[in-house]
Design a binder for this molecule. Structure first.
Ligand code: ADP
Ligand code: MG
Length: 363
C-alpha cells in the first residue's frame, strides 16, 4: 500500500517559525493532503483541522476498503462473487447492500437510463479491461437480453444481507461507487470533526465546509472539448458543503475508423449514449447525518450524472423540473450551449473566454 502525505512546505516552515517566535497557527487553516490511486482514477483528499492527518489516513483506508469490496476486476471482491454466482444469492456487506438498493432506486427513477446490469455490455466494448473493440450488433442484442436492473434482489437476513442477480447477469458499480465513497467521506469528516476539506475522486467532488478564508471552494467544470487542459473550464462552481459530480463522454473513450466510442452506455441500445450532451454536472448539498439513510446525496449525484448524460438535454431538464429541490445541474451540449439550473445560478461563474454561448438559466 502506498501512502503519500504532504504538508504544504510553506506551512511547515511557518509552523516551525511560529513555534519559536509567534502565536500558534490555527490548525483549522493547515492543510493535509493525501493522494489515492483507486477505483480507476486519481483521487486527492485535502483535510484541515486538529485531526487532519488522522482523517486523511482514514480516508485512504475507507476508499481502499470500498474498492476491495466493489471492484469487478478483483476476483474475490464481493461484487465479483455476486457476478460469478449466476443467480444464486451471495452474502454481501452493508456497503454493497446499500449500493444495490441505491442503484435500483435510480434505475427506476430514470426509466432505466442508469442500470448497473449493463456490465456485460460495458465489458464487450472493452472498457472493463482496457481492450477496446466495437462489438457486433448481434452480440450486443444477445447481451442486452440480460440487462434489467429490476431483477436484482437484496434481502436483509438475521445475520446480515444477501443479494442475487438474475442468472447470466452481472453488475458494474463504476457509475455510482465514487459517489457513495464521497458520502462515506462526509461521514468520516464529521466523525473526525474536520472543519473543512476538499475531496476530488475523479469527477466526484466533495466540498466540505468552506475555505480557510471563509469563501467557497472553487470547483472547475471541465470543458469537454479540452479534456486534457488542466484549467480548461467552461466555468467555476463556488460551493460550500456540497457534492458536485460530472459525467462526460470525454473522460474515457477510444477511437476506431474515425469514430469515437465512450464509456457511458445507453442500456436501451447497448451503444455509447449518443445524446446531445457532452457533459452533465450534478450538484447537491451535504445533508445532516441520518442513521436511517443507507446512502446520501453523493451517491445520488453520481448515479444521476451518468443517467442524465444518457437521457440528453430535454429529458434531463424535465427530470430536474420535477425534482427541483433535490439537486442542480450544469449541462454542456454538443452545439456549444451551457444550461445552469436555478439553485446554483449565483454559484456558477461562466468563463467568457471558453468559446461557449452565455449560459442559459433554467428556472
Ligand atoms: P466516471 O466513472 O468516469 O466518473 P460515470 O459516473 O458516468 O463516470 O460512470 C461511468 C461508468 O459507469 C462506466 O465506466 C461503466 O462502468 C458504468 N456505466 C456505463 N453506462 C452505465 C449506465 N447506463 N448505467 C450505469 N452504469 C453505467
Ligand atoms: Mg456516475
Amino acid at each position: 500500500m502506498r501512502r503519500f502525505i504532504s504538508i504544504t512546505l510553506a506551512l511547515n516552515l511557518l509552523l516551525s517559525l511560529t513555534a519559536c517566535f509567534g502565536p500558534p497557527v490555527d490548525p483549522d487553516t493547515v492543510q493535509e493532503s493525501i493522494q489515492v490511486i483507486a477505483m480507476d482514477t486519481a483521487m486527492l483528499i485535502s483535510t484541515y483541522g486538529k485531526r487532519s492527518t488522522a482523517a486523511a489516513y482514514a480516508s485512504e483506508d475507507l476508499i481502499r476498503d470500498l474498492e476491495a469490496q466493489l471492484s469487478r476486476t478483483e476476483e474475490d471482491s464481493e461484487v465479483s462473487r455476486l457476478n460469478a454466482a449466476d443467480g444464486r444469492p451471495t452474502e454481501v456487506g452493508p456497503d454493497l447492500a446499500a449500493l444495490l438498493t441505491a442503484a435500483e432506486e435510480y434505475r427506476a427513477d430514470t426509466g432505466g437510463a442508469f442500470d448497473i446490469t449493463v456490465a456485460p455490455v460495458v465489458s464487450a466494448w472493452g472498457f472493463t479491461e482496457d481492450s477496446f473493440r466495437v462489438p457486433a450488433q448481434a452480440e450486443l442484442e444477445t447481451l442486452l437480453e440480460k440487462v434489467d436492473g429490476s431483477a436484482v434482489r437484496v434481502e436483509r437476513t438475521a445475520g446480515g444481507c444477501t443479494a442475487a442477480l438474475a442468472p447470466g447477469q452481472s453488475a458494474d458499480l463504476g457509475g455510482i461507487a465514487k459517489g457513495y465513497a464521497a458520502d462515506k467521506l462526509a461521514d468520516l469528516f464529521r466523525e473526525y470533526e474536520i472543519p473543512r476539506a476538499i475531496a476530488t475522486l475523479g469527477g466526484n467532488v466533495l466540498a466540505w465546509g468552506d475555505r480557510p478564508d471563509g469563501t467557497a471552494w472553487r470547483v472547475g467544470v471541465q470543458d469537454p472539448a479540452r479534456p486534457d487542459e488542466q484549467n480548461g473550464f467552461v466555468g467555476i462552481l463556488n460551493l460550500k458543503n456540497s457534492f458536485a459530480v460530472t459525467s462526460g463522454g470525454y473522460q474515457r473513450y477510444f477511437e476506431e475508423d474515425g469514430r469515437t466510442y465512450h464509456h457511458i452506455i445507453d442500456p436501451a441500445t447497448g451503444y455509447p449514449a449518443d445524446s446531445d450532451l457532452t457533459s452533465v454536472t450534478v450538484v447537491a448539498e451535504v445533508l445532516p447525518p441520518d442513521a436511517e439513510q443507507l446512502y446520501g446525496p453523493g451517491t445520488m449525484c453520481d448515479a444521476l450524472s451518468t443517467a442524465l448524460f444518457v437521457m440528453g438535454r430535454e429529458q434531463a431538464l424535465n427530470f430536474w423540473t420535477s425534482r427541483k429541490n433535490a439537486f442542480d445541474l450544469v449541462l454542456v451540449t454538443k452545439d456549444g450551449e451551457i444550461y445552469v439550473t436555478g439553485g446554483i445560478a449565483e454559484d456558477f461563474v461562466f468563463d467568457e473566454e471558453s468559446g461557449y454561448a452565455y449560459p442559459v438559466l433554467v428556472k
